[in-house]
Design a protein around this ligand. Structure first.
Ligand code: NAP
Length: 526
C-alpha cells in the first residue's frame, strides 16, 4: 500500500489545504525524515470530520449490536492483513523492534475482537428493569428501565509509545466504536505513516460493513491547533488521550472551559512504585535486582507502567539488590527512544536527578554514539527523608530511569507511600512472613494505584475483563475508569432511565420479552 499523506475524513481521502504546514516522520535511529509529508489539518477539516461524525452518530448508535461487532472484527482482519507493511513502517517511525510491534499488532486486533464479544454479550448495556406496581400504596410505581447509551462523537489522541495498541485503532478507539460513538483520531505526529495504514484499514472496514460515513476519521496536525480545535468542537462529547502531563492537563482545561464541559480520559504520568518487603528481599535480593532491570529497560523504559521507584528497608539485603541491579544496568543493551523530543526530555530528567544533592548515581548503561535517539539506562538512590522533602524527585522521567528509596522503618515506607501522587500500578514483592506488613500497606496502595501486583513486574498489561489501567491523578485524569480491557467501554457511555415508556417505543434491548436475550436485572434480581 502506498502512503499518500492524506487525511481520512469519512470515506474520503483528501490532501490538506494548499499552503497548510506539513510534517514528516523522523527515523529515531538515523535522524532521517521519512516520506511522505503530511499536511496539517485546520478548522475546515475539523468542521468536516465533526459534521460527518455527528450525522453518523444518529445512525450508528441504533445499529444492531451484531453489525457493530462485525465492523470491529473487519477492522481487526484488515489490520492483520497489513502484515510486514505495517510493522516495517512502524519500526522505521518508532525504532521499536519487530517482535514488539508484531506483538502490539496482535494486541490491537485482539482488543477489537474482544469488544466485538462484549457487544454480542450485551452485558455492557447493564439493563435494569422494574415492573410497574399500579396497586402500590400510598403511591403507585410506574414501570422503569435503565440502559447505557453512547455519549456521541469522541476525539482520540494517538500515543507515541504504543503506535498501534494506544493509537489509531487502539484501546480508546475500539472502546468508543463499540459503545456506539463515532471516533475522530488526531494522529500522533511521530508516526503518521503507521497511522495512515491503520486508518485506511478501519476506513475500509467501515465501508465494507455498511457503516454510516463519518463513523471514523483520521486527521494529522499539531496538538495546540488541531487537538485544541477538536476538543473545543461542540459535537465532540469525550476525549481519550495518552501522553504528557502538560498535554493532558491542557486538554482537560479546554474541555472544562467549554460551554458544555466534557469528560477527558487522559493517561499522563506514573512512576509505579515497587515495594521490596524484608523477608522476600533477604531471600532473593540478587534475582529481584536482575528482574527489576529487565522490566526497567524493556522498550527503553517507554511504558506507562515502567517501574521508576523502588522502596525498601535499608540494610545488607538492599545493598545486595542495588549491587546486582547496578551491574544489570551497566550490562543493558543499547536501545532507541521513540522521538527526538522524548529523548531530549529523558536527558533533561536524568540530568535533573544527577545534579540533585539529594540523590546519588548507582549506575548508568552504555553510551551509544551511533544512534540519533539513544536511551542510556540510569539507576539512582536516595533516602526516604530526602525523597519526602523534594517533590521534584517524585516526577516521572519517561525512559529507563529509576530511583531506589531507602527507608529506616516500615512506618517510613508508609509515609513515603502517603506522600506519593496517584499511580497506575503499585507492586509488592513479598513472602508469607511479610503478609502482616503487606496487610498494613494495602489500604494505602488502594488509595494510590489502579492496579496492585504481587511478586511480578508492572510492565505488561493483560487485555481482559478485569484489567484496570488507570489510577488517581496524575496517572490519569479520571480514576474511575480503565483504558485497557473490556471495562473501557464504560468511558463512552451514560445511563438513561425510561419511565412508563410505551412498549411500542421501547428499543429491542428493553422490550418486555427480551428478544435480544440480554442479561438483565429484573426487579432487583439477576
Ligand atoms: P505529548 O507531548 O503529550 O503529545 C501527545 C499528543 O497530545 C500529541 O498528539 C500532541 O500533539 C498532543 N498535545 C500535546 N500538547 C497538547 C496541547 N497543549 N493541546 C492539545 N494537544 C496536545 O506526549 P508525547 O509526545 O507522546 O511524549 C512526550 C512525553 O509524554 C514523554 O516524554 C513522557 O513524559 C510523556 N508520556 C507519558 C506516557 C504515559 O503513559 N505515562 C506515554 C507517552 C508519553 P503534537 O505533538 O502533534 O503537537
Amino acid at each position: 500500500m502506498t502512503l499518500e499523506g492524506h487525511h481520512l475524513i469519512g470515506f474520503a481521502s483528501q490532501a490538506g489545504a494548499t499552503g497548510a504546514q506539513s510534517i514528516e516522520a523522523i527515523n529515531p535511529a538515523s535522524g532521517e525524515a521519512l516520506a511522505p509529508r503530511y499536511s496539517l489539518a485546520g478548522q475546515a477539516e475539523v468542521e468536516h470530520a465533526c459534521r460527518l461524525a455527528e450525522d453518523a452518530f444518529l445512525a450508528y448508535r441504533r445499529l444492531p449490536l451484531e453489525a457493530r461487532a462485525a465492523f470491529l472484527e473487519a477492522a481487526a482482519d484488515n489490520i492483520d492483513a497489513l502484515g510486514d507493511t505495517l510493522t516495517e513502517r512502524a519500526m522505521a517511525e518508532t525504532g521499536l523492534p519487530k517482535a514488539r510491534l508484531e506483538g502490539e499488532r496482535g494486541r490491537t486486533c485482539g482488543q477489537l475482537r474482544l469488544f466485538a464479544e462484549v457487544l454480542r454479550s450485551g452485558d455492557y448495556l447493564d439493563v435494569r428493569v422494574e415492573d410497574a406496581l399500579p396497586e402500590r400504596t400510598p403511591m403507585p410505581r410506574p414501570s422503569l428501565a435503565q440502559q447505557q447509551v453512547p455519549l456521541g462523537p469522541v476525539a482520540v489522541f494517538g500515543a507515541s509509545n504504543f503506535p498501534l495498541a494506544f493509537s489509531v485503532a487502539g484501546g480508546d478507539t475500539a472502546a468508543a466504536l463499540a459503545a456506539g460513538c463515532p471516533v475522530i483520531v488526531k494522529a500522533h505526529s511521530a508516526h503518521p505513516g503507521t497511522s495512515e495504514l491503520v486508518g485506511r484499514a478501519v476506513q475500509q472496514a467501515a465501508q465494507d460493513c455498511g457503516m454510516p460515513e463519518g463513523v471514523f476519521s483520521l486527521l494529522y496536525g499539531s496538538g495546540s491547533e488541531l487537538g485544541q480545535a477538536l476538543v473545543k468542537d461542540p459535537r465532540i462529547q469525550a476525549v481519550g488521550f495518552t501522553g504528557s502531563r502538560n498535554g493532558g492537563t491542557a486538554l482537560l482545561r479546554t474541555a472544562q472551559a467549554r460551554p458544555q464541559p466534557i469528560p477527558v480520559y487522559a493517561e499522563m504520568s506514573s512512576i509505579n512504585p515497587v515495594l521490596l518487603l524484608p523477608q522476600q528481599l533477604e531471600a532473593n535480593a540478587e534475582a529481584l535486582g536482575e528482574a527489576f532491570v529487565a522490566s526497567l529497560t524493556m522498550g527503553a523504559g517507554q511504558f506507562c507502567t515502567n517501574p521508576g521507584l523502588i522502596l525498601a528497608l535499608s540494610g545488607p539485603a538492599l545493598e545486595r539488590f542495588v549491587d546486582r541491579a547496578g551491574e544489570a544496568v551497566r550490562e543493558a543493551s543499547p536501545q532507541l527512544m521513540l522521538t527526538p523530543g522524548i529523548h531530549a526530555a529523558y536527558q533533561q530528567g536524568v540530568a535533573r536527578l544527577d545534579e540533585s544533592s539529594d540523590v546519588s548515581l548507582v549506575a548508568k548503561g552504555k553510551a551509544t554514539g551511533h544512534l540519533a535517539c539513544p536511551c542510556q539506562p540510569h539507576l539512582f538512590r536516595t533516602t526516604a527523608t530526602a525523597f519526602m522533602g523534594n517533590d521534584a524527585l517524585h516526577d516521572e522521567v519517561f525512559g529507563a530511569c529509576a530511583l531506589v528509596v531507602e527507608c529506616d522503618s516500615a512506618e517510613q515506607i508508609q509515609q513515603v507511600l502517603a506522600a506519593l501522587e496517584g499511580q497506575l500500578t503499585a507492586t509488592v514483592h513479598l513472602e508469607e512472613a511479610d503478609y502482616a506488613l503487606a496487610d498494613r500497606l494495602l489500604p494505602l496502595l488502594e488509595r494510590r494505584a489502579g492496579r496492585i501486583l504481587f511478586n511480578g513486574w508492572p510492565t505488561g498489561v493483560e487485555v481482559c475483563h478485569s484489567m484496570v489501567h488507570g489510577g488517581p491523578w496524575p496517572s490519569t485524569s479520571d480514576s474511575r475508569t480503565t483504558s485497557v480491557g473490556s471495562a473501557a467501554i464504560q468511558r463512552f457511555l451514560r445511563p438513561v432511565c425510561y419511565q412508563a415508556m410505551p412498549e411500542a417505543l421501547a428499543p429491542d434491548s428493553l422490550k418486555a420479552d427480551n428478544p435480544l436475550g440480554l442479561p438483565r436485572q429484573v426487579n432487583g434480581k439477576r
